[in-house]
Design a protein around this ligand. Structure first.
Ligand SMILES: C[S@@+](CC[C@H](N)C(=O)[O-])C[C@H]1O[C@@H](n2cnc3c(N)ncnc32)[C@H](O)[C@@H]1O
Length: 256
């Protein structure tokens, strides 16, 4: 990656230079202990094997359905400009980021996540996607901090997020945070888990919320966006050890 002065910076060195506790403070993270626990979980349990975990959850067909939902939305009017700036929030190892990016070869894709180890797995894939560390509840502030290292736009044509929302202490903040970095007419899509009763997911997967009901998602989204649609994704489930959880998809548009 290049920093804003055009100097080449290695992403491998960047997380080492970051003091996460100071970053949390600057970005106003409300529960830094819980976030540190999340980071530990993803570093130790998922960074090396997230891609395989996703295949196990959804199978190739389910993965393609998720990817196609995002691509269809971005391709529907108002279509993204060919040179769009697109942000994946809570991108993890970039599994979905890369699959969506393949369909928009002239667009510039950015991957933000709070767990450096997840982003390092993405960096090792040697792609054009630009990673940076940040928190979903304050994307604007995260970009401001990351811009001291890298050249990242302040606003995006499109934002997406997959399977991150149920890891966020105050998920309503994520909608507001996305709204702030969307251009006029920009669009956002969030795919996550519907409400379920598998309490053990908190321990096994570091989940904070046992999914969401659709009304709850609508309510959170409408606080920041006037143009909102939330649906379940029939025929696809997140399957794990005999348990299956439905997904929802929330579409949001930033009307002028
Ligand atoms: C279940 S993984 C999903 C990763 C990726 N989107 C995917 O679909 O594979 C959740 C991701 O959210 C990140 N995360 C958790 N809390 C976050 C926060 N407050 N801000 C940004 N990322 C966060 C974790 O580090 C992890 O990479």
């Amino acid at each position: 990656m290049q920093d804003k002065d055009g100097v080449e910076t290695s992403f491998e060195e960047y997380p080492n230079q970051l003091e996460l506790s100071r970053l949390f403070e600057k970005l106003g993270v409300s529960d830094s202990e819980l976030l540190a626990k999340e980071i530990r979980h993803f570093t130790e349990e998922e960074a090396e094997k997230r891609d395989q975990i996703l295949i196990n959850y959804f199978g190739e067909e389910g993965v393609n359905r998720i990817v196609n939902k995002i691509i269809e939305f971005f391709s529907s009017p108002p279509e993204l400009p060919p040179d769009a700036d697109v942000l994946d929030v809570g991108a993890g190892t970039g599994f979905f980021t890369l699959k969506v990016a393949e369909k928009f070869p002239k667009a510039c894709f950015y991957a933000m996540d709070i767990t450096p180890a997840m982003l390092l797995s993405l960096v090792r894939k040697n792609t054009n996607v630009k990673p940076f560390v940040g928190v979903a509840e304050n994307i604007e502030g995260s970009i401001r901090e990351a811009r001291t290292h890298f050249n990242i736009p302040l606003k995006f044509d499109a934002v997406f997020s997959t399977l991150m929302l149920h890891h966020i202490v105050q998920p309503e903040k994520v909608f507001e945070s996305i709204k702030k970095v969307l251009k006029q007419d920009g669009k956002a899509i969030i795919i996550d888990l519907c409400e379920h009763s598998f309490e053990e997911f908190r321990r096994e997967m570091g989940d904070i919320h046992l999914g969401f009901n659709l009304e709850e998602v609508c309510k959170m989204a409408r606080k920041s966006f006037s143009n909102v649609e939330v649906n379940t994704m029939p025929g696809i489930g997140c399957k794990c050890s005999g348990r299956s959880v439905e997904l929802f998809v929330a579409y949001m548009q930033n009307s002028p």
